[in-house]
Design a protein around this ligand. Structure first.
Ligand code: AMP
Length: 154
């Protein structure tokens, strides 16, 4: 359990905690792989969110998931970029969260993921919480804690 004073400080910049869906690059589950390849390469993101036409969260896709499906025994089957769609190769087992301000859950999950997808109760995509934003909050907290609190040895 996180100390409530620390939690309060970590949430000082609450507004910044989640990047809203409108500012997040996504691909559609029915998009061809070459479209996803292009978005991932041009936007320089390691992994991006996959949604459907109703903006439901469907999974995540990365360049390595794509290249994995292009590899034949002795060559790269580049023609599969047009044949396969995002839904054929995406990852569906990544954790999702519903409360972007649950610092304890975020800290725990962001050890193994570089970002967390936020959905509502109907699985609509709401935004992402990134390791970068959480680290900024941790950085602020560890540097400013002594300005607000006095610590006593037990
Ligand atoms: P960061 O912690 O800012 O490096 O972001 C970690 C990961 O979150 C990136 O590698 C991307 O996979 C994803 N990400 C961050 N910002 C965006 C964005 N605006 N659109 C799409 N994906 C993003």
């Amino acid at each position: 359990m996180i100390d409530q004073h620390l939690e309060q400080m970590l949430l000082t910049n609450k507004r910044k905690f989640m990047i809203p869906a409108s500012l997040v690059a996504t691909v559609n589950v029915t998009n061809s792989l070459d479209h996803a390849f292009l978005v991932l390469t041009k936007d320089h993101y390691a992994k991006i969110v996959v949604v459907d036409n109703d903006n439901h969260y469907r999974g995540l896709i990365s360049l390595s998931m794509i290249t994995d499906h292009l590899l034949d025994t002795h060559k790269i089957a580049i023609n599969r970029l047009q044949k396969l769609v995002v839904g054929d190769v995406m990852q569906t087992n990544a954790p999702v969260i519903t409360n972007p301000f649950d610092v304890e859950e975020n800290l725990h999950l962001l050890i193994d993921q570089s970002f967390l997808t936020v959905v509502d109760d109907d699985q609509h995509f709401r935004g992402i919480v990134t390791r970068r934003e959480l680290l900024k909050a941790v950085n602020y907290t560890v540097h400013n804690f002594a300005h607000f609190y006095q610590v006593q040895n037990k």
